[in-house]
Write a protein that binds this ligand. Structure first.
Ligand code: ATP
Length: 231
């Protein structure tokens, strides 16, 4: 990530135009002609009823799925005609993912889980130990660096998942119900981490059913009947 708290450029790091995604030969149409911009320094909540298309949108923004039509630029790179190999590199370098159940490897330590993600992100070997320490510390889980992830609590494991997602300083953090399995205290901790990543210059997109959290984001959009509206 090149931005910083002092350099919150207004340029969008995610720009989606006229996205359409349908399933079942067009019978299911979660996204139709949708535009979305996401900027550095912001937390963007994506809300909407179950089945409205939130995950579909997140998957397209995260290069995990392709739209039927439309245009998408990720971290300044137009991806529409990019071959899968280059999409994978962009995904690994510019994007970080946090899911409701982020599936950290229970047989590896917290630090090893984060280090592995740095390998995939192409971070040079010599830079990895410091990046691991920094990420675990900023996710407030540095004191459990050497603990097997399988022995951590659910809240601690999710903080490791956040550390893993931010360790390579991606421009954009995409989160699908990141607090969905957490109690109130851990929800607050994880949300605070995401906010602080945005404050440090990242862009955070968060699908959530938690309307209180959505209200605390800098902006929120609602997916409904194929459209995306600012809510
Ligand atoms: N691969 C697929 N094949 C067929 N239909 C799909 C596929 N993926 C999603 N859908 C359908 O697209 C619609 C939107 O699904 P999506 O998972 O994006 O909703 P959502 O808003 O994230 O829902 P939830 O809040 O329940 O997770 C749903 O009707 C879903 O069944």
């Amino acid at each position: 990530m090149t931005g910083s708290a002092d350099d919150l450029s207004s340029a969008a790091v995610l720009e989606a135009r006229d996205l359409t995604r349908t399933f079942d030969e067009g019978r299911v149409r979660p996204l139709e002609h949708v535009d979305v911009d996401v900027h550095r320094g912001e937390t963007l909540a994506v809300v909407g009823s179950s089945g409205s298309g939130k995950t579909t949108l997140l998957n397209i923004l995260g290069l995990l799925d392709r739209p039927d039509s439309g245009h998408l630029a990720v971290d300044g790179v137009a991806v529409d005609d990019l071959p899968e190999r280059r999409r994978a590199v962009l995904r690994a370098r510019s994007l970080g993912f946090v899911f409701q159940d982020s599936l950290v490897d229970p047989r590896r330590t917290a630090a090893e889980n984060v280090a592995l993600a740095l390998v995939f992100a192409g971070v040079p070997r010599g830079d990895r130990p410091q990046a691991v320490d920094r990420a675990l510390a900023s996710a407030d889980i540095g004191h459990r660096a050497g603990t097997l992830a399988g022995n951590l609590s659910g809240g601690e494991r999710q903080r490791v998942a956040v550390a893993r997602a931010i360790a390579h300083r991606p421009a954009i953090l995409l989160c699908d119900e990141p607090t969905g399995n957490l109690d109130e205290t851990n929800t607050e901790r994880v949300f605070t981490l995401l906010e602080s990543y945005a404050r440090s210059g990242g862009a955070v997109v968060m699908v959530t059913h938690d309307l209180d959290l959505a209200q605390r984001c800098s902006r929120s959009i609602r997916v409904a009947h194929g459209a995306v509206v600012t809510s």
